[in-house]
Design a protein around this ligand. Structure first.
Ligand SMILES: C[S@@+](CC[C@H](N)C(=O)[O-])C[C@H]1O[C@@H](n2cnc3c(N)ncnc32)[C@H](O)[C@@H]1O
Length: 247
């Protein structure tokens, strides 16, 4: 599994500007004091928040990701919990709950999506904000995908060529699930390969899941971490949804 290689995964995803994304999350949430990152993987955003003095919790299913996040977050106000995002109970509430980089694509059924949203709602403080970052629906439904599935990265002197999906990896039109073949080819010759199941969610399915879960209202949707980019604009490359605790 790709997620058994947290360091390589983090390098592969280093095209992101985590600091800039956390700036936006911080602004949208109104300077949160507590943050919960779900399906956090290496927990880059939770670690960035913790580095800024926010009490952060990162939750992920993968033992390897949790161990890596714990190690990289040592000395920071960061707690790491190994759990399933569709069924967990931490017994406390957070000002901000985030799910980054399309991690909701690991929810394969509507029931799972609703269970996840119910957990989000149960862990949001009154007036708290949840932010869900998903891929833009145009990637699957538009003529031209908004992002490339092959890219190169370099961080701290180490490089990698990444392919997330191969030409034959086709989405099942009934289940909306695709099994993406992923390759991370590291400088020096090491090649990490795996298959990552991915469920495509449309904007209207997301809306339906939010209604079914109840207790959350959509505050805004953006096409980028720059809130000036609307979801429907040509520059939009993500589907970012801000949800408020309705009660
Ligand atoms: C695409 S990675 C994203 C990691 C992180 N959100 C980021 O921005 O880099 C997806 C993560 O979701 C985790 N995951 C998958 N299913 C999960 C579940 N049911 N509950 C919690 N974590 C899950 C995987 O272990 C993996 O670390």
């Amino acid at each position: 599994m790709i997620y058994d290689h947290p360091q390589a995964y983090e390098l592969a995803c280093s095209f992101r500007e985590v600091g800039v994304e956390v700036d936006a999350l911080h602004r949208w949430a109104g300077a949160p004091r507590t943050v919960l990152e779900l399906a956090a993987g290496p927990a880059e955003h939770a670690r960035e928040f913790a580095g800024r003095g926010v009490m952060a919790t990162a939750l992920d299913l993968s033992p390897a990701m949790c161990a890596y996040a714990r190690e990289r977050g040592a000395g920071l106000p960061l707690e790491v919990v190994q759990a399933d995002m569709t069924g967990f109970r931490l017994g406390r509430w957070f000002d901000l709950v985030i799910t980054m980089l399309d991690s909701t694509a690991h929810l394969m059924t509507l029931d799972q999506f609703v269970a996840y949203l119910s957990c989000v709602r149960e862990h949001l403080a009154a007036g708290g904000l949840a932010v869900i970052e998903m891929s833009h629906p145009a990637d699957r439904l538009g003529d031209t995908p908004r992002v490339s599935n092959a890219w190169s990265v370099r961080k701290d002197g180490v490089g990698a060529d990444v392919r997330w999906g191969e030409p034959g990896d086709e989405i099942d039109p009934i289940t909306q699930i695709v099994h993406d073949r992923v390759t991370i080819a590291l400088d020096g010759g090491e090649v990490i390969q795996g298959v990552v199941p991915y469920r495509f969610w449309t904007a209207t399915e997301l809306e339906a899941a939010i209604r079914l879960a109840g207790g959350l209202t959509v505050q805004a949707q953006y096409g980028d971490f720059d809130a000036n980019v609307s979801l429907g604009s040509a520059e939009a490359w993500r589907m970012i949804t801000l949800l408020r605790h309705a009660g």
